[in-house]
Write a protein that binds this ligand. Structure first.
Ligand SMILES: Nc1ncnc2c1ncn2[C@@H]1O[C@H](COP(=O)(O)OP(=O)(O)OP(=O)(O)O)[C@@H](O)[C@H]1O
Ligand SMILES: [Mg+2]
Length: 394
């Protein structure tokens, strides 16, 4: 993980909803700052506690720097520099429109357009694109050594990767005219093609806007025609940055079998798209001692789990009570579950491409919402990656 945190590195956190992306992004931000890198963290919809900890009052476009006193109090070295911004999806799109070439009246007309407003709020991927755009802007500003971008909650992490392409395709369908003016006067072949294209566009539109808004859509495309090529050019530049060698993806997952399978598929997808995987973080993995044993590659089952095995004899003893037997059964189930997770993670570690760091984070006793707690998590991230847990602690 240490290699990931270097000058000019860009880290993109990716993972399914609720696995801990925002938490890990913030922890990595602290680790990078503590390593002496002037770091900017782009965070998406953080919990209230985390927002307070980072001193973020509302979404915005410019990162604000955390005070040295706040960072020192959390345990970071003096002179550590960390800035953070909470993604402002609508603000980012509006700003993009403001900065595109065009006269003032056109820009105002787009901003007031109902289709545009719904598009920026509801189109799948519009939030994601805003995160990319924020990353691109900070990179262009050359103000920071390291950029870390959290990503919006997505039921499926791949939605994130598909977002720019999907938006680009929608905007490119200026054949929306076909939808609004049925092609009566064209040849039969063109009519068939146009009909199909129109249906495709209509399907996409109906996913986030009602048919009553079609006139707004028509107005949007008519007004924005000259700007759309600029928008596409922008998408292309942002996509190039995402594919650049210094951009690394950090996948966050949990250790359930289904999640691990999704993570394997995601790794394959990244490879197919020639995107670089830097690290995998398995979050909420078992309890602290189990997590440490696996992270250190210990060949032995952790002591506390072995002790549970020893309790079995006690359950058989004539003096045991039903309550005792129930408790021992519960602990035994816990041990079995922990063993399954350890095996799962050991298999996962063996299959992981070389050069990709693997970090394990345990289930923590409480929500991680303050800087000191996050900094402790960041210590685990950097330390855990010194060694790959290739052997199961069984
Ligand atoms: N290792 C952990 N132990 C205990 N709680 C954790 C751990 N990691 C994260 N959490 C808590 O789980 C919740 C979800 O974490 P987080 O917001 O980081 O997930 P996320 O992947 O960003 O979610 P979303 O997809 O909704 O954005 C938070 O309340 C966070 O404090
Ligand atoms: Mg999040």
């Amino acid at each position: 993980m240490k290699d990931l945190l270097s000058k000019e590195s860009l880290l993109v956190l990716l993972g399914n909803g609720g696995v801990g992306k925002t938490t890990v992004a913030a922890a990595l931000g602290l680790a990078a700052a503590d390593a002496g890198l002037d770091t900017a963290l782009i965070t998406v919809d953080p919990s209230r506690r985390l927002r307070d900890a980072l001193g973020l009052r509302k979404p915005g476009l410019r990162p604000h720097s955390l005070s040295a006193a706040r960072l020192c109090a959390a345990g970071l070295k003096p002179h550590a520099r960390l800035s953070a911004v909470m993604l402002d999806v609508r603000g980012m799109w509006d700003d993009l429109v403001e900065h595109l070439n065009g006269d003032d009246a056109t820009r105002q007309r787009i901003l007031a357009n109902l289709f545009y407003q719904r598009f920026t709020e509801h189109f799948p991927g519009s939030e994601t694109y805003a995160a990319f755009e924020q990353l691109y802007r900070l990179e262009q500003s050359h103000s920071f050594d390291t950029l870390i971008v959290d990503t919006p909650p997505a039921a499926h992490a791949l939605e994130f990767l598909d977002a720019p392409g999907r938006i680009s395709r929608l905007l490119r369908t200026r054949g929306l005219n076909w939808l609004l003016k049925p092609p009566l006067a064209v040849t039969a072949l063109a009519a068939r093609f146009a009909g199909r294209a129109a249906r495709l566009v209509a399907d996409q539109l109906e996913r986030f806007t009602g048919s009553s808004a079609l006139s707004d859509a028509a107005d949007f495309f008519a007004t924005a025609t000259h700007m759309l090529s600029e928008v596409e050019d922008r998408f292309a530049r942002v996509s190039r940055l995402i594919k650049a060698p210094r951009t690394k993806f950090v996948l966050v997952t949990t250790a359930e079998t289904q999640r691990m399978a999704q993570t394997r598929r995601l790794i394959a997808e990244l490879k197919a798209r020639r995107l670089r995987l830097g690290a995998v973080v398995i979050n909420r993995f078992a309890d602290e001692p189990t997590c440490s044993a696996v992270a250190e590659g210990s060949p032995h089952e952790p002591l506390h789990l072995r002790e549970i095995a020893a309790l079995r004899d006690l359950a058989q003893a004539p003096s045991s009570t039903p309550a005792m037997r129930e408790l021992i059964e519960y602990l035994d189930d816990y041990r079995e579950h922990a063993q399954e997770r350890m095996e799962e993670v050991a298999r996962f570690a063996r299959d992981l491409p070389s050069g990709v760091a693997l970090a394990l984070l345990p289930e923590l006793p409480s929500e991680v919402g303050n800087l000191r707690g996050l900094f402790q998590v960041s210590g685990r991230l950097t330390a855990a990656c010194q060694r790959r847990p290739e052997r199961s602690a069984l």
